[in-house]
Design a binder for this molecule. Structure first.
Ligand SMILES: [Zn+2]
Ligand SMILES: [Zn+2]
Length: 458
């Protein structure tokens, strides 16, 4: 077991993998069985369908853009192979589509009405979320044709949905197979590939957060999911220039890393290996976009930038001596849970009800904070030592983003200084997952570090 270096295992060897007797105590399973990342991979679709789906009619899910990118050709190939395919366009008159309950319900109703044998999702983020959710609800097999190297959710077992204006994640079945033809990926706009690169780069921050919650609070952790994407992320960074040029050679490296990052989440049984405090900030910006009518930037564009915030915080933490924490006033953010709820209700307005259970679980009173700080101090060296292996400097991460032509400031995201301040202060409340955003509050440094840390993304 220990001899296995998962960072160097080819993607093909991770597919269908089952690990029993892992030292972490869990059994790890990868449900995705087949992936093709080569040029011309789309031609393999009829073969994939024959291998993984029963006979019967298929439904192909697309939008206007992905129809042109690969959908039209996919239908032609399937029909030539004798398959009946019905088309399901998720957008209406080219309006941007959301993965919301209604969009999923429409697809589910059609799958049931047409007695569909299998679902072919042709698209990236939103179509992927809609298809994974509908496939899970109906128990149908899903094959995904990726059209952009824009995010790491293709192979993950989580889908992001908008419910009553609030972004939530739900467990789901990943596709049985993924086809990602680098030439198709290169036909997507460059900012989408740059977003995938940004999502990938958040690994430095999210891994550190996952390690932090393990070392400090004893939360579940396993090293295998961390290893799975490690080498691939490093290779993508080396290919940043080719990714910037949106060339198939660079995008095949990037998509390999993104699929591995999705598999890392499946192995961990949660998004922890790829989603920490930097993702909470990004999710909060998505959840509050309707307050100002702002159109959110792509997920990976945002997480690339918010990673710089987490890394700047870790940089401060790594050089902070415990005496400074000991001398800090021990004052909880809110004197009582009622005071916290009242403030969060006024701050989060229409989204407060959905996040309140998460916030309650994080509340610490005076005694709770004293015990937490004691714990932090007793493990300070261990925390610093453990996270230092995962993080890089924000300056280096920013250089990587620049090299790949990705966004690296809030201006590039359409985020204002106020929205940045807001997320820095409050993002930690939207999810009961311990991240660097919580640690900074627990050691009393949130306000002191604010301006310096936020300067890293301006
Ligand atoms: Zn394990
Ligand atoms: Zn992400």
């Amino acid at each position: 077991m220990q001899d296995n270096d998962f960072s160097r295992k080819p993607l093909q060897e991770l597919l269908g993998l089952e690990i029993n007797g892992c030292p972490c105590g869990r059994t790890h399973r990868v449900p995705t069985r087949e992936v093709s990342l080569r040029c011309g991979a789309l031609n393999l679709l009829p073969e994939f369908v024959d291998r993984w789906m029963s006979t019967g009619p298929l439904i192909l899910v697309v939008d206007g853009n992905t129809w042109t990118a690969a959908g039209e050709k996919a239908v032609r190939l399937l029909e030539s192979a004798g398959r009946t395919v019905s088309l399901h366009f998720v957008d209406h008159k080219n309006q941007p589509v959301h993965a919301d309950k209604q969009t999923v319900a429409d697809l589910v109703a059609r799958i049931e009405r047409e007695k569909t044998a299998g679902i072919i999702g042709v698209g990236s983020g939103t179509i992927n979320d809609i298809c994974k959710t509908a496939a899970t609800a109906t128990g149908k097999t899903l094959i995904t044709v990726a059209t952009a190297a824009s995010m790491n959710g293709y192979t993950s077992a989580i889908s992001a949905l908008t419910v009553d204006g609030v972004k939530i994640t739900e467990p789901c079945h990943p596709p049985v197979a993924v086809i990602a033809d680098p030439e198709v990926l290169a036909s997507a706009p460059q900012f989408m590939s740059a977003a995938g690169f940004g999502d990938l780069l958040s690994k430095n921050a999210s891994t550190a957060d996952w390690i932090l919650s393990n070392v400090l609070l004893g939360d579940y952790f396993c090293g295998i999911p961390v290893e799975v994407a490690e080498e691939a992320v490093a290779t993508s960074i080396r290919q940043a220039g080719i990714i910037k040029a949106n060339k198939p050679e660079g995008l095949s490296v990037l998509i390999d890393a993104l699929l591995r990052s999705g598999i890392a989440m499946v192995l961990a049984g949660s998004s922890s290996p790829a989603s920490g405090g930097e993702h909470l900030i990004s999710h909060l910006w998505d959840m509050t976009a309707h307050w100002t009518g702002r159109t959110p930037a792509l997920h990976g564009q945002q997480t690339g930038v918010t990673t710089l915030i987490s890394l700047a915080l870790y940089q401060k933490i790594l050089s902070l001596e415990p005496e400074v924490i000991r001398r800090k006033d021990l004052k909880p953010e809110f004197p009582t849970i009622a005071a916290m709820e009242s403030e969060l209700r006024s701050v989060f307005r229409d989204i407060s009800a959905s996040l309140m259970p998460h916030a309650r679980a994080k509340f610490l009173d005076q005694n709770g904070l004293a015990a937490r700080r004691q714990l932090i101090l007793s493990r300070w060296d261990k925390i610093r030592q453990a996270v230092s292996a995962a993080v890089i400097s924000p300056a280096l991460s920013r250089q990587h983003l620049q090299a790949a032509g990705a966004v690296y400031t809030i201006d590039g995201l359409g985020i204002t200084a106020e929205e940045l301040q807001f997320a820095y202060t409050y993002a930690r409340w939207i999810r009961n997952r311990y991240t660097v955003l919580d640690l900074v509050v627990d050691i009393g440094m949130l306000n002191e570090w604010r301006s310096e840390v936020l300067a890293s993304v301006k």
